[in-house]
Design a binder for this molecule. Structure first.
Ligand code: R7I
Ligand code: MG
Ligand code: MG
Ligand code: MG
Length: 304
């Protein structure tokens, strides 16, 4: 059953996974930089681009009562700050939009077919909060949101899988049913094969982290991280939020994004009451995030 508790758990999960995972992202240089800029003046853990773009998406949807691509592109660009650690092509794009370029003219500037980074997937849990019960509406709006920054089919497909997994988590479907539906929804063999492996790995009791990294990936590209996040959310579905986080930290690579997506799905299953309060109060802007979750929930109820 969908409820307010799950909405708060999903949005806060996304932000906590991001802020707690950020110190573990990337190589030694990135980690050193984050040590210097990873806290706010009042000592809270800063979140990165993942949460910033999720907040932008929520605010733009609430403002328009729809995914309005021009408004969303403008909102992303206005929030852009280099210190949030945006991916290289997204940074370039948002800076051009901020200077007045139309997103349609610049979203394929760096990569001719658009980016397949995981940047559209990391904000996709919010779309499941906007469209919690209509799967086709969810897919249509994932396409609209992704096209602005990640027009490559693999970038869009990763976002679709994360959005559908979150929607299914809100609805409390069984893990088997979720994976079966995701497999059915895959268009490319790269994702289909990974969902097949994930289905086996969720069942298997002695699967090694090394194997997950090798088969599902831990990188910044959507095919290297989206199914990985789905795997963790299902593998740790009956375990604690903190135990899932510590496994993702050990995985390495694109930790902030993999933990952000996994924690958002986990939060959609279980709700805020299963997340430690210290995790919530330690991150920046947690009150604002809770308010956005409340507004999204109210809107979703009003449109039933
Ligand atoms: O996807 P994106 O916004 O990055 C998100 C990541 C997350 O980990 C955040 O936490 C942040 O740290 O960055 O950034 P993009 O720049 O769109 O894509 C990320 C990377 O994917 C690019 O820098 C490329 O390495 C790769 N990539 C591609 N490579 C070749 N050809 C994406 N699209 C292509 C492509 O078409
Ligand atoms: Mg990030
Ligand atoms: Mg980064
Ligand atoms: Mg990342």
């Amino acid at each position: 059953m969908i409820n307010l508790d799950k909405y708060k758990g999903c949005f806060l999960g996304l932000a906590i996974g991001d802020a707690l995972g950020a110190p573990y992202e990337g190589g030694p240089l990135e980690r050193l930089l984050w040590k210097a800029i990873g806290k706010t003046r009042d000592g809270k853990l800063r979140y990165t681009d993942d949460t910033q773009m999720a907040i932008d998406l929520a605010e733009s949807f609430l403002h328009n009562d729809a995914i309005n691509q021009d408004h969303l592109a403008h909102t992303f660009s206005q929030s852009y700050q280099w210190s949030r650690g945006y991916g290289p092509s997204t940074s370039h794009l948002l800076r051009l939009i901020k200077k007045g370029k139309n997103w349609r003219e610049v979203n394929k500037k760096k990569f001719k077919t658009g980016s397949f980074g995981n940047g559209a997937a990391m904000r996709a849990p919010i779309l499941a909060m906007c469209f919690p019960s209509n799967t086709q509406a969810l897919i249509d709006n994932v396409n609209k949101s992704a096209e602005i920054t990640h027009a490559h089919p693999l970038g869009i497909e990763g976002a679709k899988l994360i959005a559908l997994a979150t929607q299914a988590a809100f609805q409390g479907l069984s893990s088997e049913a979720i994976l079966k539906e995701l497999h059915h929804q895959c268009q490319s063999t790269i994702y289909k094969d990974k969902i097949t492996f994930c289905t086996e790995a969720v069942r298997q009791s002695d699967i090694k982290l090394k194997e997950i990294k090798r088969k599902l990936g831990n990188g910044i590209a959507a095919p290297q991280s989206c199914v990985t996040a789905i795997y963790f959310s299902l593998k740790f579905r009956d375990q604690t939020f903190d135990s899932m986080l510590s496994q993702i930290f050990s995985l390495g690579g694109d930790v902030d994004t993999i933990s952000s997506m996994a924690c958002a799905i986990w939060g959609a299953f279980h709700g805020i009451k299963h997340i430690n309060n210290s995790n919530i109060t330690n991150i920046e802007n947690s009150k604002k995030i809770i308010t956005l979750a409340e507004l999204l929930f109210r809107k979703s109820q009003a449109s039933l």
